[in-house]
Design a protein around this ligand. Sequence first.
Ligand SMILES: CC(C)(COP(=O)(O)OP(=O)(O)OC[C@H]1O[C@@H](n2cnc3c(N)ncnc32)[C@H](O)[C@@H]1OP(=O)(O)O)[C@@H](O)C(=O)NCCC(=O)NCCS
Length: 293
Amino acid sequence: MVVRRELLRGLERLNATTAVLQRARLADPLGGMWEAADVQWWWRRPCTTDELALPVWFDEAGPVAAAGLTAWDDTWQADVFAVPSIVRDEEVWAATLEATAGHRGVALQVLVGADDAPLAGLAIQSGFTMTAELSGTSWMDATQRPPVAPVDGFAVVDRVASGNRPHPMIARNGELVEPRLRQCSLYDPTLGLAVEDADGKVAGYALFWFDHTTLVGLLEPMRVEDDFQRRGLARMLLTEGLDRLARKGAGRLKVGFETDAARSLYLGAGFVQTSVDRLLIRPAPHERTSTTT
Ligand SMILES: CC(C)(COP(=O)(O)OP(=O)(O)OC[C@H]1O[C@@H](n2cnc3c(N)ncnc32)[C@H](O)[C@@H]1OP(=O)(O)O)[C@@H](O)C(=O)NCCC(=O)NCCS
């Protein structure tokens, strides 16, 4: 039974959302789109939605649902984070949209799993339309992980070993990426990997997240720089990271993907796709008006 609803912002909301997603995962091993580590990864750079006061629902054991709004470069992502069957998705969805009401000119997006017809229905009723943009979710049992696959001339270095050098994700994620990641309860610098050539040049990076509560290990993000692609470096990072996750105690491993290259990389390593996910969007109000006149 839900006993109260509070408005939370900033790290407090991130931590409450983490607890919701961990409980949701314990309740359903495959359900829902996101892990707690996903929302922690979104925290890596400051954004305008951080300080919005959004509702979080609690029962006697802790947080059970949270409205989600995350500002990306040109859209805000809306999310319903909820332990199944405690708070109605409709209520969380309505509160999420209500929180956008004072922010004119904001386009919204929501990512919906193929098995989540109710959320897709709510979004469509609220003026969202389906796009052709598909992505995927995949899982693997940690005992099925592939052997570590080194590449001659390259070494994997974690953030503990490279901590005296600039963080490899600064170029794409901003100067604050490291302090922001360090604010996240699930961030572990021994799982922040870069692959370097013999001169110490960073050729790619990947961040793995071990969730002690759910025993899920997540990969997010993964990148190999253009000049270094197709040499097995993503496979090197992936196999090393999955091995580290398993050795920390992860029982199940998860990764999502948006491109064919990433899909081949992950399915080729033994991940099994469990969901096709679809992006729905709602243009900013003034854009909607202009398309109808
Ligand atoms: C996806 C990405 C990480 C692959 O890096 P990479 O170092 O080139 O990959 P590898 O050389 O280790 O390739 C391993 C496997 O991945 C798949 N793969 C990699 N690049 C591919 C491509 N362009 N097209 C199709 N499959 C590809 C193949 O299955 C490949 O195995 P193979 O070489 O035996 O055919 C890289 O292209 C990248 O950083 N892209 C931009 C960011 C991104 O999409 N990240 C993934 C987000 S989930």
